[in-house]
Design a protein around this ligand. Structure first.
Ligand code: ATP
Length: 263
């Protein structure tokens, strides 16, 4: 069923996938020197689904995302990917030389140029159409995230990977960003895997939540995860408040709409 890919640029530990998953990991394990960081991770990403990865600081979330994009080689296990998989990646941070003048237009055309029509469409989807000629080093945190999202969308990804893309945004910015991801998912039916610390928003927007602490502690639909002892052991008081929030929302569905608008 699976075969080694010979496609240039795809690491040899990645194999191809048939069936409806876009990407799957089998017993994925990463160690830095003697330090185990990820142990036996099995996950599956399917078109049109939003999967959120949560876990405490240092639990291996970014390492997992980097392994999925091929930037970190697993110590053991496999990454199994569909042949037509196209990944759009929004990094946690971007380090740009503040003395280097660069417009959004120029940044988005690095390392390769894109047609103006495609750039306009990606910026529009990311809510950044007005930023085309803005200077990169003058962008606010929220504007920069939208530009990074637009850049990731340019490849028309079948899988969008977001590593704490809402870091540093205020509540409203976080809510808007997640709404945008939801619209993109509906429009393109791409799969989304995002790393997040925004537990309330995660519980409201994800289809599937994976709780990571070197290994997968628990996973499933938000309600199941929010009620699990493993989640409570990891997140303590914060977990209790997300569960209360989730139950309140479901007991009062009219509040959902109010919250959606209030962010
Ligand atoms: N290149 C590396 N070399 C050595 N150790 C690393 C490397 N990258 C990450 N680590 C270590 O691996 C562990 C997991 O780091 P990772 O960044 O994946 O965690 P995280 O869950 O994304 O954390 P945070 O929520 O703080 O962003 C940490 O102990 C980190 O110090």
């Amino acid at each position: 069923m699976f075969s080694r890919l010979s496609t240039k640029g795809i690491p040899e530990y990645c194999t191809s996938l048939t069936g409806n998953a876009l990407l799957r990991t089998d017993q994925l394990t990463v160690q830095f020197g003697q330090q185990p960081v990820l142990e036996n991770i099995n996950l599956s990403l399917k078109p049109g689904r939003i999967v959120t990865l949560i876990g405490p600081n240092g639990s291996g979330k970014s390492t997992l995302v980097k392994a999925l994009i091929g930037a970190i080689k697993p110590t053991a296990g496999h990454i199994v990917r569909s042949r037509d998989l196209k990944i759009g990646y929004v990094p946690q941070r971007l380090h740009l030389d503040p003395t280097l003048p660069m417009t959004v237009h120029r940044f988005i055309n690095l390392p390769k140029r894109h047609a103006s029509r495609d750039i306009a469409e990606a910026l529009e989807q990311a809510g950044a159409e007005h930023l085309l000629n803005a200077a990169m080093n003058h962008l606010s945190g929220g504007q920069l995230q939208r530009v990074l999202l637009a850049r990731a969308l340019l490849s028309r990804p079948s899988l969008l990977l977001l590593d704490e893309a809402t870091q540093g945004l205020d509540h409203r910015g976080v809510a808007e960003f997640y709404q945008r991801i939801e619209q993109i998912r509906q429009r393109s039916q791409c799969a989304v895997l995002m790393v997040s610390h925004d537990l309330h928003v995660v519980m409201r927007t994800a289809d599937h939540v994976i709780c990571l602490n070197r290994h997968v502690c628990c996973e499933g639909q938000p309600e199941k995860v929010a009620a699990s002892p493993q989640y409570h052991a990891l997140f303590g008081d914060q977990a209790a408040s997300t569960l209360a929030f989730y139950r309140h929302q479901h007991a009062n569905p009219q509040d959902k709409e109010i919250l959606r608008h209030a962010g």
